[in-house]
Write a protein that binds this ligand. Structure first.
Ligand code: SAM
Length: 243
């Protein structure tokens, strides 16, 4: 007989607590400007500089590992998923891609991207006001960047999202995931009631990538954050479809 987790006294998995309406309510209560986005990232002005510089270095390494991927110059088409007000697009992706699309469920955040100079100049392309769970790509991308937002979708939704991303990659296209990691002493994913999100373990991420048909080409920790701030570890994963 299959044991019933409730009867066995086991807690429900962390992602069972995710409530999309509660996440959206939380994010709608956050002012739609870059300082507010920085506040979400710990309220440290230096954080974003280290973060963006680390992303640039990581992507350069990944491009050298992918057959057929140009190691110099801009990629053609990228997408910033869970884009917020476009912090990553403005500070990094627009310097490595000719055009960057944005996927973000909170309308007041996508409005900031819509009103930005990058949108006026054409560096930002299509803007989709939708969560990862509802986004169905209708074009091919050289780079799908997903940062600090996957905790808002369940494990099953995340697998489905990555399957759709895999199908939307160009021949040498790359998916990069950059996320906080769980530090739970029992090795479990952690649920945060404040924004109704889950912080996953490295093992869980790898399980999800494998289920979606991805292999990990390169994975590194983001280094450079001062240790005394006791921030969660941040890890990059570069993904390519498994042959
Ligand atoms: C910590 S912010 C990160 C924003 C941006 N990636 C950055 O690094 O500056 C988390 C973002 O996830 C967005 N979000 C909430 N629910 C989401 C969902 N279901 N799918 C995608 N993004 C979501 C929030 O609106 C918010 O903009």
């Amino acid at each position: 007989m299959t044991p019933n987790p409730a009867q066995a006294g086991e807690a429900a998995p962390a992602d069972a607590h995710i409530d999309h309406a509660a996440s959206l309510q939380y994010w709608n209560s956050v002012p739609a400007n870059t300082p507010a986005m920085l506040a979400m990232l710990g309220n440290y002005p230096w954080y974003t500089r280290i973060d963006l510089r680390g992303s640039k270095t990581f992507l350069s390494k990944v491009r050298r590992l992918i057959p057929g991927c140009a190691t110099e110059g801009k990629l053609s088409h990228g997408v910033d998923c869970g884009a917020g007000v476009g912090r990553v697009t403005e500070g990094f992706l627009s310097s490595v891609c000719d055009t960057v699309d944005a996927v973000e469920p909170v309308e007041k955040f996508t409005q900031v991207i819509r009103d930005s100079a990058l949108k006026q100049s054409g560096a930002v392309g299509d803007i989709y006001t939708v969560g990862l769970e509802g986004w169905v790509p209708d074009k091919k991308y050289d780079l799908v960047w997903t940062q600090f937002c996957v905790g808002h979708v369940t494990d099953a939704q995340l697998v489905e999202y990555f399957v759709r991303c895999r199908e939307a990659l160009t021949e040498s296209g790359i998916v990069v995931v950059k996320e906080n990691l769980s530090t739970d002493p029992n090795g479990l994913d952690m649920f945060d009631e404040e924004d109704s999100s889950v912080t996953r373990t490295d093992e869980k991420f790898r399980e999800i990538f494998a289920k979606a048909g991805f292999g990990v080409v390169l994975s590194e920790l983001q280094l450079g954050f001062p240790k005394n701030f006791k921030l969660l570890p941040v890890r990059f994963y570069a993904l390519r479809p498994r042959p």
